[in-house]
Design a binder for this molecule. Sequence first.
Ligand SMILES: Nc1nc2c(c(=O)[nH]1)N[C@H]1C(S)=C(S)[C@@H](COP(=O)(O)OP(=O)(O)OC[C@H]3O[C@@H](n4cnc5c(=O)[nH]c(N)nc54)[C@H](O)[C@@H]3O)O[C@H]1N2
Ligand SMILES: Nc1nc2c(c(=O)[nH]1)N[C@H]1C(S)=C(S)[C@@H](COP(=O)(O)OP(=O)(O)OC[C@H]3O[C@@H](n4cnc5c(=O)[nH]c(N)nc54)[C@H](O)[C@@H]3O)O[C@H]1N2
Ligand SMILES: [Mo]
Length: 593
Amino acid sequence: EELEEVREEYGPDAMGFFGSSKTMNEENYLLQKLARRYGTNNVDNCTRMCHASTVYALRTSLGAGAMTNSMEDLMNEADVLWIQGANPAEQHPIANSNYFRQAVLDGATVIQVDPHANKTTTSFDIEETERHQHLQLEPGTDIPLLNIVLKTVLENDWVDEEFVEERTEGIEDLRETLEDFDKEAAAEECGVPLEDIELAAEKYATADNAAIFTGMGMSQHTCGVDNVQNEINLALATGNLGRPGTGVNPLRGQNNVQGTSDVGAMPNVLPGYQLVDDDEARESVEDVWGFEIPDEPGLTNVEITQSIGEQIQGMYVMGENPVMSEPNANHVSDLLDELGFLVVQDIFMTETAEYADVVLPATTWAERGGTVTNTDRRVQRMRPVQKVHENTKHDLDILTEVGTRLFGEGFDFDDVEEVFEELRQVCPIYHGMTYDALGEEGLHWPCYEPGDEGDPFLYEDEFTTESGLGQIEGVVHQPPKETPDEEYPLILTTARLEEHYNTGTMSRRSPTLNRQHPENFVDIHPNDAERYGIEDGDDVTVKSRRGEITLTAQVTEAIKEGSIWTTPHFAAASANRLTNDVLDERAKIPEYK
Ligand SMILES: Nc1nc2c(c(=O)[nH]1)N[C@H]1C(S)=C(S)[C@@H](COP(=O)(O)OP(=O)(O)OC[C@H]3O[C@@H](n4cnc5c(=O)[nH]c(N)nc54)[C@H](O)[C@@H]3O)O[C@H]1N2
Ligand SMILES: Nc1nc2c(c(=O)[nH]1)N[C@H]1C(S)=C(S)[C@@H](COP(=O)(O)OP(=O)(O)OC[C@H]3O[C@@H](n4cnc5c(=O)[nH]c(N)nc54)[C@H](O)[C@@H]3O)O[C@H]1N2
Ligand SMILES: [Mo]
């Protein structure tokens, strides 16, 4: 009734819908169908705060917004693992211990680019600088660092001329961008010795197969798209794409963030990345759904929250916790206080649910079936194990009931497989999949027709850009939107712990996980600690232009002098009270790093 009232009083674009990368493909498919049937494209998911910039760069310059390769071929064929702004030992432990470690045991070299030392730095048990370099750069200096690498590649004729000639366009633009680029000055800016970066460049460029892995340290900047474009430039210039053991590989975050995006829980695309403003694509989906879909892209999740009180009067949040995960959280709390109508559908009573008018308790992943799509584009079936609580419902059942009560038809499905059957009809990259064909192992998309085996690695013969060519485009350094000054002299960056998960709604409830890190802390370099009179273990107030929190100081050389490092996992000292809500212009990702 309240959903209908918001629509009647303010129109459909006054609602915002949040999909959840913790839930199944079928559930996100229904959530975005619900939003569109309601009459709005204001639907998004956590990919916006996560790899939106990566996806933008990959789609524009290569064709598809996903990992180019898959774990298996990377493990078997990669000779260099270039890991930039990602901490797989703690954040992608399965990828790291099952695949990357094996590649290293077989002789692969690791190059890690990160301002903070972490378990990835130590997890491979290899000491020699020959085979393991940690380039500990200043936060936000990834473009100059990669420009040093690229210029070194150009200077030494390590360009794969044949590949560049036949399969790419834009190398001239890169040459021009780097013509007057001063490597010495840039190395100074990055805070890394030039010869270390040159050595890393040599290792990457002269390897048989070199693979890039990219994470939040690259994506969560206002220059996130350009950060990833520069990784693409490096892979294209050296011909490290379209073969096993190569590529540009975003390590996707939540267990189903790839699938949530694939099935269209985003404001600009329908299932299968078909653009909402492409008439032909939209009409083909309308034919199956039987209603008109709005033809203008909607608001992203951060934009939805920021528009509360103006355009936005109501929100339906399935499995996200924006009051902790979005930037400038004090402002988000104020906005949620003002919001007319909020539904939260979650497995726990979250910090965001405290603001809700209606809380819909959902079952957990182990209690229900469906499909999820993992980081290497593999669509896999989930099988229910056990029902835990009687007073909960599956996300799918909640959505079919809400949809049916609102609209009468279009949401009445007998079971989850029937939803998948409708999804395949409107999602070309999943069209060839059925529950039977997915079997035990799943299938990689694209899988266009029944019987297709799916593609473990992409772009063997051509890229899926308009011209079929990979796009090289020189980029230049853009500092973060806020840089140190007298009043705020330190750079804050935020990242994750092995023991906790995102906003901590789940992991903070586990005594085992809580034991090691029961509360938030801040890493600070010994020289900075001395400057501010801070001792290891002191409580310190960390203040930005938007808020302040109290944290325990950990005095350590793990972080560079001039920077401090904390985590987003704890409600009592929520890092996002400090962060800036400025966005990358194209991908709309916030500058959390
Ligand atoms: N245990 C655990 N696993 C998780 C999660 C979790 O919370 N806990 N979250 C999941 C999710 S949603 C995601 S998206 C992934 C994220 O996985 P990762 O991409 O590994 O994410 P982060 O730990 O946020 O950041 C990665 C690294 O970026 C570094 N960094 C910070 N600033 C910069 C910079 O300017 N440049 C560079 N080059 N690096 C920088 C940080 O020091 C950190 O080591 O993990 C997923 N897996
Ligand atoms: N400062 C800072 N902020 C960040 C980041 C950072 O690096 N630094 N990283 C950003 C990134 S990469 C991400 S992905 C976001 C994450 O932001 P969110 O997605 O808002 O955070 P989560 O804690 O992952 O929230 C997932 C919610 O889903 C619920 N849930 C779990 N399983 C189910 C289910 O089966 N059904 C339903 N209905 N709910 C379920 C959980 O209880 C939890 O409340 O945070 C972003 N925020
Ligand atoms: Mo994420």
